[in-house]
Structure formats: structure tokens, C-alpha cells
Ligand binder design. Structure first.
Ligand code: GH3
Ligand code: MG
Ligand code: MG
Length: 513
């Protein structure tokens, strides 16, 4: 096998390498601009190598020139494509400028035009044109490759990411090698009189392409295909993720969400998001669905499952805008399943409720009533505008007789009824507690003695007039003490004393101070 056949064979092998690597990378993410331009770069190298493979072995001058012109499609363009790709990879914003893109690709087009139309069989190219061509093409390749390498180098230098530094190193080294090899064999060696080396640039470039291939496979270079990345995240997320279009219809839903809600994808896609909420929260969410710019959060929203049960969630609506034209595109909905939290909270509330309330009457128990008194005394002391604080003690008159005549169970029922009557009368003016057996306490913040007396009188009168079951009639005695700088214990004692006084003075009456 002679030398040219060998070079030809090697060129053909490189065609396969370029095509294979280009397609391999492209298939990883067909939608990515970077992947597409990388395929284009590989194609450009492949055309170059392919045409050279035939140019090497052609004996006919005309055929050689034809293959040479075809190869020009490759060697005129790959330098520009490389620079463009480097700008894409390094996310250089300069690429957005049309003038920059024009500057990158104009030389490629120019030299391709010159190669095809100004040189070749039967064309007498003026020396000035061929000089311009050779020098120009050399400078174009030289300058563009140097710029590409510098950009890659600076990118690695500037980045804090170890991965990017590694990628930059590999790319810089594997681009410098073919660059230097070309420079040595095509420019420096002939200048130094070492004779002409065969043009093997298309082989050297494999080093660069393999460098890119290596960073892709080893360091996951080029962005991970967004689709895969996204699905990966969605499915690893414990939260439910949904995408809505501008009409608030569900356009994407994670598998995890479908599993949790029990729907099949087709049952829920394109449905309005309100489909997942019951009536009571729809209006609340309605406001969040409108095209508002800021993120919206809703807590304790119940999501309807397919089986009709609910999942309590915290929801975040994040609107997505096209900032260029300020157009609302839709929103991302992240729903956090808070069932466990909910259950815990409910249990906690239950426990708390049990700890502070009396089980028979559901009024505050003795201990909690004392806590309220302390709290309200503090509030009173802290307030600038002191409207008064009153403590009312109430005791049912001759309650022992009720038990004796009707039984303890009936007595319990009467206590419940009295409790409800007290609650009705006090409403949200204060707190009602069961202080002991058939003794109650009412704490009235922001209430002066006159108003407290008025309330007491309403209660006393109400009970007196009330017809209990079995035609039972009852009265109660009340002591009301207005807070005047005493301790909580003293305040309770004072109110109790007044109650005792009411009993002494004939019952069914109020004593106050
Ligand atoms: P007065 O207060 O007017 O002096 O007479 P009274 O009969 O109400 O007197 P006392 O306070 O001595 O009696 C309270 C009675 O209340 C004693 C007890 O049998 C009854 N009692 C206390 N707690 C309960 C309860 O939880 N259920 C029932 N059914 N009775 C209770
Ligand atoms: Mg009593
Ligand atoms: Mg009593």
C-alpha cells in the first residue's frame, strides 16, 4: 500500500469517527442547540475527510480539484463552527449580536466562494488573489482557533465549578494539539525547509473531537438533556409537580403526582386545575390562577383524589413569564403533601383541647382559667388605654337538691345547659371556665364593672327565667370583682368572697366591687 492509499484509508476511518461521535452526541439531546452545532461540526470534519480520502488517491488533476472543492465545504467552515460552538458552550452573550455572528461566518463563506469559483481547473487565478486567499485563510484559521482556545481557557479559569475547569482543561489541550500539529507541519516545517508534510489536519482534528467526546461521556459535558433531567427531578421529588398553561389547564404532571392522586395521565391532562379542588377552595385558588407576577402560596388546601378522598397540601403557584414581551405563559404548581403534618397538628390540637378544657361542659378548666386570668392581668398592666378587667364567679344555688331529687346524671345535663347559657351570654366578650363542681368563672377583659354587672345581671335573669328539663327552675349567685392591682390569687379570692356574700345575702343575686 502506498502512502496516499494509507492517508486515504485513514481519512475514511476519520469520517466514521466524526459521523459516529456527532450522531452519538446529537442523539443525547436532539433539541439542544449545542448538540446540533456539535453535529454540524462533526459533519463538516466528515465532509473534509471524506473528500480528502478521494483527493489523495485521484490521479486525474480535474478529479482532484473537484474533491478539493468539496472538501472546502468542510475546511472553510469548521473553524467558524468551532468558534460559534465555543461561544455557545461558554454561554457567551456576545453570540446574541448579529454583527458577531456575521463576523464569524463571513470568512467561511468568502473562502468557500474563492475556493470554488476563483481557483481550479482552467481558471487563471491572479497572484494577488491567491496571496490574499492563502494569507487570509491562514489568518482566519489561526485567529479563530486562538480566540476559541482563549475563550475556553478563560471560561475554565473564571468558573468556580470543578467540572467546568476540568472540561475547559481537556478542551483546551485537545484543541491545542491539532492546532500545533497543523501549524508545525503546514507552516513552520516548510518555512524551515523540512519539505512538505502530507496534509493530515482531518486526522489531527480527531483529537479535538475525542476531547469533546470525552468530556461529554466522562464529565457530562454539554447540558444534560433537559427533558431527562427534568423527569429525573420530578420523580425524585416528594412534592407533587404540575405545569399549567396560560389558561390554567394541566399540561404536564409528574408520575409521582399521578400515583398520589390515583389518576391516569390521560384523565387529567388538559383539565382545568380547579378539577383537583373541592368547591370550598376553588374561589380561593381562582385568585391565584390569574395572571399575577409574583409567586403565590396557599396552605392547607385539600386536593381531591380520584377516589373522592382528600390530601391536605401546601401549594405554591409560580407564574412563568416570557420576559422579552412580558407574556404570561403559565405556571408551575408544587403541592406539598402535608397529611402527616396535618394529622400531627390535629392530634396536637386535640391534646391541647383536652388539656385546657373540662370534658363535661367543654368550658375552660380550672387550671387554664387561672392561666387566662394571669395573662389578662398582664395584658391589662401592659395596656396604655385601660378599659378594665373583671372577674365573675358564679355558683348554682342549692344544686345539691338537683342531684338529690333527679339524680347525678340529670345534674350533669343541667351543668351542660348552664354552661351553654353562660357561653351565649358572654359570647366573645370574655372567657367562661368551670372552676369547680357547679361553680363557674367568667373573665371579662376590656370590661368595666358597670358592663360586667350588666352581663352578670343578664345571666342571673336568664337562668332564673330558664325552664330546664322536667320543669326544673334554678337560680345562681354571682360575685364580680373589678381588677385593681391585686395578684391573680387575690383577685380570685376577692371574687369568691363576693360570691359568698351573695349567698349570704339571700342567693339569686349579684355582689360586686
Ligand atoms: P349553695 O351553693 O347554694 O350553697 O348550695 P349547693 O347545694 O349548690 O351547695 P354545694 O356547693 O355545697 O353543693 C354542690 C353540689 O354540686 C355538690 C355536688 O353533689 C354537686 N356537684 C359538684 N360537681 C358535680 C358534677 O360534676 N355533677 C353533678 N351532677 N353534681 C355535681
Ligand atoms: Mg352551689
Ligand atoms: Mg358550690
Amino acid at each position: 500500500m502506498d502512502k496516499s492509499s494509507l492517508f486515504s484509508a485513514l481519512s475514511l476511518v476519520s469520517v466514521f469517527v466524526y459521523i459516529y461521535v456527532g450522531i452519538y452526541i446529537f442523539k443525547q439531546n436532539t433539541k439542544s442547540l449545542i448538540h446540533r452545532w456539535f453535529l454540524l461540526l462533526c459533519t463538516s470534519y466528515a465532509i473534509w475527510s471524506f473528500a480528502y480520502a478521494f483527493a489523495y488517491v485521484s490521479n486525474d488533476q480535474f478529479i482532484f480539484i473537484v474533491w478539493n472543492k468539496i472538501s472546502a465545504i468542510g475546511w472553510c467552515s469548521f473553524t467558524a463552527i468551532t468558534l460559534y460552538l465555543v461561544l455557545l458552550i461558554t454561554e457567551n452573550r456576545i453570540i446574541k449580536k448579529r454583527i458577531v455572528r456575521l463576523m464569524i461566518f463571513t470568512p467561511a463563506v468568502l473562502f468557500l466562494y474563492m475556493t470554488v469559483f476563483l481557483f481550479g481547473y482552467g481558471i487563471k487565478t491572479p497572484t494577488i488573489i491567491s496571496n490574499i486567499f492563502y494569507i487570509g485563510d491562514f489568518l482566519y484559521n489561526f485567529i479563530f482557533l486562538i480566540i476559541s482556545i482563549i475563550i475556553l481557557f478563560a471560561w475554565g479559569l473564571k468558573s468556580d465549578s470543578k467540572r467546568i475547569k476540568k472540561q475547559s482543561n481537556i478542551l483546551v489541550v485537545t484543541s491545542i494539539i491539532p492546532f500545533l500539529l497543523n501549524l508545525m507541519t503546514q507552516t513552520i516545517a516548510p518555512l524551515l525547509g523540512f519539505g512538505k508534510f502530507p496534509q493530515l489536519g482531518q486526522l489531527y482534528a480527531i483529537i479535538m473531537i475525542m476531547g469533546v467526546y470525552m468530556v461529554i461521556t466522562k464529565y457530562k459535558f454539554l447540558r444534560l438533556p433537559e427533558k431527562f433531567l427534568f423527569e429525573e427531578i420530578e420523580d425524585k421529588m416528594m412534592d407533587m409537580v404540575l405545569f399549567l398553561n396560560e389558561k390554567n389547564q394541566i399540561i404536564r404532571i409528574s408520575k409521582h403526582t399521578l400515583n398520589l392522586l390515583g389518576f391516569e395521565e390521560y384523565e387529567i391532562l388538559n383539565k382545568d386545575i380547579r378539577y383537583l379542588f373541592n368547591e370550598s377552595v376553588k374561589t380561593k385558588i381562582d385568585n391565584g390562577c390569574i395572571k399575577e407576577e409574583e409567586e403565590k402560596k396557599y396552605n392547607d388546601i385539600e386536593i381531591l383524589k380520584k377516589d373522592g378522598t382528600n390530601i391536605p397540601t401546601n401549594i405554591t403557584f409560580t407564574p412563568i413569564f416570557d420576559n422579552r414581551i412580558h407574556d404570561f405563559l403559565g405556571s408551575v404548581l408544587v403541592m406539598q403533601d402535608i397529611s402527616i403534618e396535618y394529622e400531627l397538628r390535629r392530634k396536637n390540637e386535640q391534646l391541647h383541647e383536652r388539656a385546657i378544657k373540662d370534658s363535661l361542659t367543654k368550658l375552660y378548666n380550672h387550671q387554664y382559667s387561672v392561666e387566662i386570668i394571669i395573662k389578662e392581668i398582664n395584658n391589662f398592666n401592659a395596656a396604655v388605654d385601660k378599659k378594665g378587667l373583671c372577674l365573675m364567679m358564679l355558683d348554682i344555688d342549692y344544686f345539691k337538691n338537683v342531684n338529690d331529687n333527679y339524680g347525678h346524671l340529670f345534674g350533669d345535663q343541667v351543668l351542660e345547659t348552664v354552661s351553654n347559657l353562660l357561653l351565649e351570654n358572654v359570647n366573645d366578650r370574655g372567657y367562661v371556665g368551670r372552676f369547680g363542681g357547679e361553680e363557674f368563672i367568667i373573665i371579662l377583659p376590656q370590661t368595666g364593672i358597670d358592663k360586667a354587672y350588666e352581663i352578670g345581671e343578664k345571666i342571673r335573669n336568664g337562668i332564673e327565667k330558664y325552664k330546664f328539663d322536667k320543669g326544673l327552675k334554678l337560680t345562681l349567685s354571682i360575685g364580680i370583682k373589678q381588677f385593681k392591682d391585686e395578684s391573680s390569687v387575690q383577685l380570685v379570692k376577692n371574687a369568691d368572697d363576693l360570691l359568698y356574700k351573695a349567698k349570704e345575702n339571700g342567693r339569686n343575686r349579684i355582689e360586686y366591687n
